[in-house]
Design a protein around this ligand. Structure first.
Ligand code: ATP
Ligand code: MG
Length: 435
């Protein structure tokens, strides 16, 4: 597609990406903008990052750029670093058949490797741009834009699928999912992100091949979790993942509940948090991956904690911490949650108990807790789905935070007296509620 037939202009492309493209071209290499960068501009959206494909090898790229880091094992890539902006430059990938030939010729290079499930463990065979296009996942992701001739190159009918709004895998879907099961998650992510349909043939094998997700390292699943749930389409992705039976590979606990009883309060709770996560992102507010993960685990922790108390007579506090650690470690098998997010999750959990204690100086101390805001927000959502005393508690904190110092003192005093007065009937109603 030539310059006058498409809407991509250099103004849509970041300066840093252009710098990299120009320098590669100047040094005699082919270089193209590819993937989301081209796709999103064609769709009239703003790409969130720019990926470049070239026939220069990673070593050749490194020689051209002082600010270049080579990364990755499964896929060797060059990162050109401009402060916080990183431009990813990948060398054209070739077919694996080329590797067999190379090995037959006595070559000893192990540039590509497959697992027993047909999963690609390494994919570092270089090739032509046509081959590179075939190695990409979806047709709409295999469009290349050149800053030499300003043309868009389409090797997989991606332009037609952009027009028809279809997410379609390149090649045989089953083989492509076996090579990399994460493509199942990507199909869903692009469908919701771009508001497109997954083509029939591309959707068909997913339910059957879903169990292949179990082979994906938990660290990579964390990255996918971030992209699926912190990009403004969390609720839509949650629903579609459940429809395609992929939810259990991300959230083993909640997916079981969802299958048995989709209107359970724990699902309602997660749904509220998903809706709010999307809203915050679309309003340009900050979100932490810890909050949603905490929400996904909360009711499982409560349940396991209660079981522990019943079965082994463990005191509530101890049972809670044992259950929390147990549920967290079960979750880690699916998604490796980095320590820096585990700590805030634990704080949110612990705060749920601290927020129930308000006597003396406790409420003031809790207000000073560095994670008070997250703990309080969490309580608000629990109150929303559970109502009753929990909702009252959340409302109390809503008023307390903004009250004047005098009112604050009064709130604690009146809380104390009302608590004393109401103590016994309340206790009774609490245990009745539990039963
Ligand atoms: P976005 O960055 O908006 O999430 P993207 O399409 O740019 O979308 P990236 O993950 O940045 O996605 O990948 C860049 C490109 O690399 C993709 O467009 C696709 O061509 C290719 N690619 C990425 N992951 C895979 C994969 N698992 N299998 C095949 N090709 C892939
Ligand atoms: Mg990208």
């Amino acid at each position: 597609m030539s310059r006058d037939e498409h809407n991509i202009s250099r103004r849509d492309i970041s300066e840093n990406a252009l710098k990299v493209l120009y320098r590669l071209n100047k040094s005699g290499y082919d270089a193209y903008l590819v993937g989301g960068g081209v796709r999103d501009i064609l769709l009239g959206e703003h790409p969130k990052d720019f990926d470049i494909a070239t026939n220069a090898t990673p070593e050749q790229i490194k020689k051209l750029f002082r600010n270049c880091r080579l990364i990755g094992r499964r896929f060797r890539l060059a990162h050109i670093v401009f402060g916080r902006d990183i431009i990813e430059v990948a060398t054209f990938r070739g077919h694996h058949a080329n590797q067999d030939k190379a090995e037959k010729r006595g070559g000893k290079q192990h540039h590509s490797k497959q697992s027993e499930h047909g999963m690609l463990l390494r994919d570092n065979i270089y090739g032509s741009i046509e081959e590179d296009a075939e190695r990409r996942d979806f047709t709409i992701n295999a469009l290349y834009y050149s800053t030499r001739d300003f043309k868009v190159y389409d090797f997989a009918n991606g332009l037609e699928d952009i027009e028809r709004r279809k997410i379609r895998l390149i090649g045989d879907p089953e083989t492509r999912y076996r090579e990399d099961p994460v493509r199942m998650l990507r199909a869903i992510r692009f469908a919701t992100k771009l508001d497109m349909d997954i083509a029939k043939d591309t959707a068909k094998p997913i339910r059957e091949l879903a169990p292949l997700m179990a082979n994906i390292p938990a660290a990579r699943m964390f990255e996918e979790y971030m992209k699926l749930f912190l990009s403004g389409k969390a609720l839509a992705n949650f629903q579609l993942l459940a429809d395609f039976q992929l939810l259990e590979y991300l959230y083993p606990h909640i997916s079981k509940t969802y299958a048995d009883n989709p209107i359970d309060k724990s699902i309602d709770f997660v749904r509220q948090v998903l809706i709010n996560t999307d809203k915050r992102i679309n309003d340009g507010k900050r979100v932490t991956p810890a909050f949603l993960l905490a929400a996904v685990l909360w009711y499982e922790i409560e349940q396991q904690s209660q079981q522990l108390q019943k079965k082994s007579g463990m005191p509530p506090q101890d049972a809670f911490f044992v259950a929390m650690n147990q549920v967290l470690s079960e979750q880690q098998r699916s998604i490796a949650i980095p320590k820096r997010f585990q700590l805030p999750m634990k704080d949110i959990f612990a705060l749920q108990h601290r927020l129930t204690r308000r006597e003396g100086s406790r409420a003031f101390k809790t207000l000073e807790h560095p994670r008070f805001r997250a703990g309080y927000d969490f309580l608000l959502y629990r109150g929303m789905v559970e109502g009753g005393e929990l909702e009252e508690l959340a409302n109390w904190w809503t008023s307390f935070q903004d009250a004047s110092p005098d009112t604050k003192q009064q709130m604690i005093k009146s809380f104390k007296t009302s608590r004393k007065r109401r103590r016994s009937p309340r206790k009774r109603s609490q245990s009745a509620a539990k039963e």
